[in-house]
Design a protein around this ligand. Structure first.
Ligand code: VG1
Ligand code: CO
Length: 544
């Protein structure tokens, strides 16, 4: 089959953000936008000759077309075999699992995660490397540099391939195998958790569940694993058919966007566990009857209980959290005598720690939790972990959380997002914070005295690589903290994220409404960053 070398001109804006390249679909539809990025990746990997490549996505608008282009380009770049999820689907954690299991060179994961989908909305692409994880910054920087000078891409002409029927076909010398997107992943989950115990919980009625797949990719995974394998009542998984526009919603598992689920969990007869996942299946939200578990608490609780679950029975080597994530897990690590690492935002920073076997569990405040079983965060994994814990501890979610707080204290935690800020205004806010850093230490805001103020700089303990400007941290002497950073996943304007937390040891004070418990910090944060004043926004766009 003849390889065509087609001329192209570079785009200036193909710099991957926190998690790959995310843009409006319209941007991807311009000229050779997708082709340029894909070729830049092929030009950056050492060689694709004869290698196995994994391709799949969250099923959003443009997923199928993008896959056809990638297949033709893979054939032209010497790839030996491509594994594609049936229907073009692979959740992000499943893609990671498939890459590892089949010893692939890497994979293209097509997703803009929790961002809305459709012709007017968002698309995204990222490359995961051989360990199954998002490419590290050293790699994505090289892809970006390449994308700025690229002048040609390689492709073969071939008719569209059938990606809906399992089985093998070819483009020239390259074999394409359409795989069941769920099988490898489901098998891995069975090794980590006590499926027998969870199944008897569902069968006896002791366990009940509502899992909201939000019309996104986890639907088929949750149906197969939770309903078919584990015997959760039919209908426990809702919104289970992936749609190109996610039914018009934001497939973002939080109390704002998973409103329907929250309503059920705060209703008269809620199930034992309520959970939701995002567009590409790497995020999770955990709720119990009349109870919401913050992701930072969830990470701490999973860490404290991990030894009870088959996959982690030998205990944890260490844990890690992204810098803005609440420090509840630090307390667990200290009690266990294991290391707790603080990394920049984004899963790619956990890869080295996992590969070097320094950590077993890790997580982010943005509804992401995971472990060394793959190299991505994993929504359904977290749900299975909680189901396993509930089944064996025979306690409600609320009771497990309350026990945890009694033992370790509670870290009240909230993130306030201000979306759609004009870029110069957002830069002004961050610039002002930078300027304040030097004078903040020692300054008092009422009862809160600043003990540390810096711009987070990460030195990877495994390879020594350095990542600068990862967010402004301001810590106070009463174990409170405020973090400010700009989002790296948005596609329009800028989003300021303000993260606040306050530690409370006294069990009598563990049941305050979160926003009330954090009221002082919320006021101090505004005093520092002036986002309301500078944007005229009266309230954050989203509070989690
Ligand atoms: C956000 C979250 C971050 C997460 C990233 C990708 O990034 O804050 O914790 O890793 O999304 O998650 P940012 O730069 O917008 O704050 V996903 O589920 O969108 O791949
Ligand atoms: Co996601």
């Amino acid at each position: 089959m003849a390889v065509e070398i087609r001329k192209t001109t570079p785009y200036p804006d193909q710099k991957p953000g926190t998690s790959g390249l995310r843009k409006k679909v319209k941007v991807f539809l311009q000229g050779n936008y997708l082709e340029n990025f894909v070729q830049s990746v092929f030009d950056t990997v050492e060689t694709a000759d004869g290698a196995t490549l994994v391709v799949g996505g969250d099923g959003r608008y443009f997923n199928r077309q993008a896959i056809q282009i990638i297949l033709r380009m893979a054939a032209a770049n010497g790839v030996g075999r491509v594994l594609v999820g049936r229907g073009g689907l692979l959740s992000t954690p499943a893609a990671s699992c498939v890459i590892r299991k089949h010893r692939a060179l890497g994979g293209f994961v097509l997703s803009a995660s929790h961002n809305p989908g459709g012709p007017e909305e968002d698309f995204g692409i990222k490359f995961n490397v051989a360990n199954g994880g998002p490419a590290p910054e050293s790699f994505t920087d090289r892809v970006y540099q390449r994308s700025r000078v690229i002048d040609a891409y390689r492709i073969v002409s071939a008719p569209d391939l059938d990606i809906d029927t399992p089985g093998r076909s070819r483009i020239g010398d390259m074999e394409i195998e359409v795989i069941d997107p769920v099988a490898d992943y489901a098998e891995l989950m069975e090794h980590l958790f006590d499926f027998g115990l969870i199944r008897s919980g569902f069968r006896s009625g002791a366990l009940t569940l509502r899992f909201d797949a939000m019309h996104a990719v986890t639907g088929p995974y949750a149906k197969r694993i939770l309903e078919e394998t584990l015997s959760a009542a039919p209908g426990s998984v809702v919104n289970a058919v992936p749609l190109e526009d996610f039914g018009g919603g934001h497939p973002d598992p939080n109390l704002v966007h998973a409103r329907e689920l929250a309503a059920v969990m705060y209703s008269g007869r809620p199930p034992t566990l309520g959970a939701a996942s995002d567009g590409d299946g790497d995020r999770n939200m955990i709720m119990g009857a009349n109870c919401f578990v913050t992701p930072s608490d969830s990470l701490a609780i999973l860490a404290a209980n991990a030894h009870l679950v088959p996959g982690y029975k030998d205990g944890l080597r260490g844990v890690a959290r992204s810098m803005p994530t609440g420090r509840a897990v630090d307390r667990v690590a200290a009690a266990m005598g294991i290391e707790c690492y603080e990394t920049p935002t984004g899963w790619k920073f956990f890869g080295n720690l996992l590969d070097a076997r320094r950590i077993t569990l890790c997580g982010e405040e943005s509804f992401g939790t995971g472990s060394d079983h793959v190299r991505e965060k994993d929504g359904l994994w977290a749900v299975l972990f909680w189901l396993n814990l509930i089944a064996l501890r025979k306690q409600s979610v609320a009771a497990i959380v309350a026990d945890h707080w009694r033992r370790f204290g509670r870290d009240y935690y909230s993130r306030h997002d201000y979306e759609g800020i004009e870029v110069p205004v957002a830069e002004g806010i961050m610039g002002r914070l930078q300027d304040l850093l030097a004078e903040l230490p020692g300054r008092a805001f009422g009862d809160y005295r600043v003990t540390l103020a810096d711009d987070f700089r990460y030195v990877d303990p495994v390879d020594g690589s350095v990542s600068e400007h990862q967010g402004i941290r301001i810590a106070f002497d009463n174990s409170s903290r405020i973090v400010f950073r700009l989002s790296g996943t948005g596609t329009e304007g800028a989003t300021l994220r303000v993260y606040m937390e306050r530690y409370e040891r006294d069990p009598n004070l563990h049941n305050l409404p979160t926003q009330e418990a954090l009221a002082d910090l919320i006021a101090i944060a505004e005093d520092l960053c002036q986002v309301k004043k500078r944007t005229g926004m009266a309230q954050p766009s989203v509070m989690t």
